[in-house]
Unconditional design. Structure first.
Length: 372
């Protein structure tokens, strides 16, 4: 009996993950000793050509290869404290795939436009998508970056990723039908959070990945106008697969930004239109600079300073909308529309039957940022 011996043969194969769940000294040739998920139900079929044999913390019992086997990769993680033995005269052949699937990472939908805090299980809105063409892929690691103005390390917690194989992604994470990628939650370090798990992407199909998180910090005025912007900064390095490579090598993000508001600040839920405009500026004392509508009054708030009223007390602003005209979600070109009614100065609080609509546009400099 030997601890482990095998030979390598290169050929084109399609991979599937198989996890050891057998008893101590259980046979690796028995279907009841394998599962399709870590620590999952038995009966996942014996690993065959191209399949990945996984030995992990889901089961640490010793496994015995007691008959010839042809499989794909052999993966033993740090959580597995047992051993794998191969009986004398038995061969374990690992078929290394010569064809590597390309995982294409993209996005769909738009982010949730606004939120008040504290917030629990907040949906990012929209979804990241993963697809392959000719061969299936298995994703093991996904790294999410928080690129908005709210510091993630100190203010965002309980990041969780949920996925679903479907042709059409939902606007936000569905209440049922999704599977968590990994277990527990991830924390941010320097605004990056790493989650490990098992996510299968079938050939010629699409998987939607939804992001949820908490903002547990008690509310303060310093949060007004700050944005949350989860993204996959570089899929070629931040999406890791044992069998495939990911593309592109450029940032993938769900269009839009989530802006933090007080509950009594008015805002629409329309995807491309909001009554809040948040600008990133170079002066830290004025970042972000936020324009918003509250109680018929337009305010400007710079950084942590007190809001400044911009509209005349003799007028009531009925609506204020900011529309992104850039076409790429960058917010570089903004259309501003405002409906204003006259106040009857002789009868406080009464509106005159006189209203005017104003419309203009503005261009944001390239070294600034905008969220609407």
């Amino acid at each position: 009996m030997v601890l482990l011996s095998f030979c390598l043969i290169s050929q084109t194969v399609l991979a599937a993950n198989k996890f050891w769940v057998g008893p101590y000294d259980g046979s690796a040739a028995s279907p009841s000793n394998w599962s399709n998920s870590s620590g999952g139900s038995s009966g996942g079929a014996v690993p065959s050509t191209g399949d990945v044999m996984n030995f992990d913390g889901g089961n640490v019992n010793r496994a015995v290869v007691d008959s010839n086997m042809n499989t794909g990769d052999f993966l033993m993680t740090s959580g597995y404290t047992g051993i794998v033995t191969i009986n004398d005269g038995v061969t374990l052949t690992l078929s290394s795939s010569s064809e590597s699937s390309i995982i294409t990472v993209s996005s769909t939908g738009r982010q949730v436009s606004t939120t008040s805090i504290p917030a629990t299980n907040l949906n990012m809105g929209g979804a990241f998508t993963f697809s392959v063409e000719s061969s299936p892929a298995i994703i093991n690691t996904i790294v999410i970056k928080q690129a908005g103005s709210l510091p993630a390390d100190s203010n965002i917690s309980n990041l969780q990723l949920w996925y679903e194989a479907t042709s059409t992604c939902a606007a936000v994470k569905p209440l049922s039908g999704t599977t968590q990628f990994g277990s527990g939650s991830a924390s941010f370090v320097n605004n990056f959070a790493t989650t490990t798990g098992i996510m299968n992407v079938a050939a010629a199909s699409k998987v939607c990945l939804y992001v949820t998180y908490n903002i547990p910090t008690a509310y303060s005025d310093s949060f007004v106008g700050h944005t949350i912007d989860p993204q996959i900064y570089n899929p070629s390095t931040d999406v890791i697969s044992t069998s495939s490579t990911a593309s592109p090598a450029t940032t993938v993000y769900v269009p839009g930004h989530t802006i933090i508001l007080k509950n009594n600040i008015e805002a629409t839920s329309t995807d491309v239109i909001s009554s809040v405009l948040s600008l990133h500026v170079n002066d830290p004392a004025q970042d972000p600079t936020v324009f918003y509508l509250k109680g018929g009054i337009v305010y400007k708030k710079m950084g942590t300073s007190d809001p400044i009223r911009l509209t005349n007390p003799n007028f009531v602003v009925q609506s204020l909308t900011f529309t992104d005209l850039s076409g790429d979600g960058s917010g570089r070109s903004i259309k501003i529309q405002m409906l204003v009614s006259n106040m009857d100065t002789g009868n406080s609080g009464t509106l005159l039957n006189i209203s005017r609509s104003y419309s203009t546009s503005a261009t944001v400099k390239a070294n600034s940022g905008v969220s609407n």
